[in-house]
Design a protein around this ligand. Structure first.
Ligand code: DSN
Length: 422
């Protein structure tokens, strides 16, 4: 099989040196920076190649076999492959692979099941405790047009309290119970959520964006057997292109498909859907299961290492790819911690912690994650070293010489585990 047209770097560099230069700088930044942002990863060269294909050029409104344009026979092949692989990988009745991003996948759930500005309620975790902008934030359409009621984690354990969520559900009678979060490190009890939804006759919607790759690799419990609808992004732990997928039970398939197109989106991004098909295939391999296990064990190791450095790990640990940490015990806030880590070549993000007394733009915490380093092959010993570097840098944040040493230690790790080696 040959393809005599492939995306052409030389053509880009000649046509647009400004864009080409920024892309080259980004490759170098990725090669020299340790990626601990829990929602980021490295897509494989095969995934990147599919995205850079001529499927970019094709309009294909509709679904495979039912398009509004001619010439869709090959985009139909990739979209069908993506659909069938998503169904097989997760054991789902139905998959819609067209959402451009997680926010659009979540909008499709609203479109399928809710009337805007009606009494229909959704019960979701508040953003400040690990929810998401699209889970009812007042600045997002989810909170502007839909009626979200927030639950919180328990103040003592900093974990979900299923009895309290059940009580709130009985009081509020939501149409949808939403689980699945962006900064919640622990395992989520899908049986409990299913039973809460059943108790009040609600649908169970899971936003599995953060941990779906771990489910694919068998390292975190899958919500798919329990939920009516599951949305997820494909670029986080699943290690695919930027985009999203909706899985649902057969009875909701028509409503979800209509909500994605034509309600929320127009032409699908078939080059990205091709890349989604590739990442789904990759996620079926034994290597991927080993990867998912490595993500979780190295996150545990990183969390323990940070605790050993005097940083407080929210909820006492992690069962997933991320740890949420309260950095106040080492004498600073999340914003400064992010900046210090950045100076030594470690990318993390500041993050609110449950019941945070500090404001969102200068919160008490940081969020760290291992999907990126685990893709590079790093494991528990490297995460111990990373925790030690972070502890050293944060404690000695005013000492340029120590920070230089920390940067050199990060450089040594990045040399041993190269990003996109040539
Ligand atoms: N921005 C993503 C995250 O970092 O968790 C969620 O959309």
């Amino acid at each position: 099989m040959t393809n005599d047209f492939v995306a052409d770097w030389d053509a880009l560099a000649e046509t647009d040196p400004d864009v080409a230069g920024a892309i080259a700088n980004e490759v170098n930044r990725e090669r020299s920076t340790l990626r601990l942002i829990a929602s980021e990863n490295y897509a494989s060269p095969a995934v990147l190649a599919a995205q850079a294909s001529t499927m970019n050029n094709k309009y294909a409104e509709g679904y495979p076999g039912r398009r509004y344009y001619g010439g869709c026979e090959f985009v139909d092949v990739v979209e069908t492959l993506a659909i069938e692989r998503a169904k097989r990988l997760f054991g789902a009745d139905h998959a819609n692979v067209q959402p451009h991003a997680g926010a659009q996948a979540n909008m499709a759930v609203f479109g399928a099941f809710l009337e805007p500005r009606s009494d229909d309620k959704v019960l979701g975790l508040v953003l400040a405790h690990g929810g998401h902008l699209t889970h009812g934030s007042p600045v997002n359409v989810s909170g502007k047009w839909f009626n979200f009621v927030g639950y919180e984690v328990d103040r003592e354990t900093e974990q979900l309290d299923y009895d309290r969520i059940r009580d709130l559900a009985k009081q509020q009678r939501p149409k949808i119970v939403l689980a699945g979060f962006t900064a919640y490190p622990r395992v989520i009890d899908w049986v409990a959520f299913r039973s809460i939804a059943d108790d009040v006759g609600a649908l169970l919607w899971v936003d599995a964006s953060h941990f779906i790759g771990l489910c694919a690799g068998g390292a975190y419990p899958s919500p798919v057997p329990f939920a009516d609808v599951v949305t997820f992004t494909t670029h986080k732990t699943l290690r695919g292109p930027r985009g999203a997928i909706v899985l649902c039970r057969e009875e909701h398939a028509k409503a979800i498909d209509k909500a994605v197109f034509p309600m929320m989106q127009g032409g699908p991004l078939e080059h990205v859907i091709a890349a989604k098909a590739v990442c789904l295939q990759e996620a079926m391999s034994p290597d991927f299961a080993e990867y998912a296990a490595r993500v979780v064990r190295s996150a545990r190791s990183l969390a323990q290492g940070l605790a050993d450095e005097g940083i407080r790990v929210v909820s006492g640990g992690t069962d997933s790819h991320l740890a949420l940490c309260d950095v106040r015990p080492v004498g600073l806030g999340g914003k400064e911690a992010e900046a210090v880590c950045d100076e030594v070549g470690i990318a993390i993000n500041k993050n609110g912690i449950p019941f945070d007394p500090m404001p969102p733009l200068d919160p008490s915490g940081i969020r760290v994650g291992t999907p990126g380093p685990a893709t590079l092959g790093m494991d528990e010993p490297e995460m111990k070293e990373v925790a030690s570097i972070i502890g050293e840098a944060l404690r000695n944040r005013t000492d340029g010489r120590v920070k230089e040493q920390c940067r050199a230690r990060v450089g040594e790790l990045m040399n041993r585990f190269p990003v996109y080696p040539g």
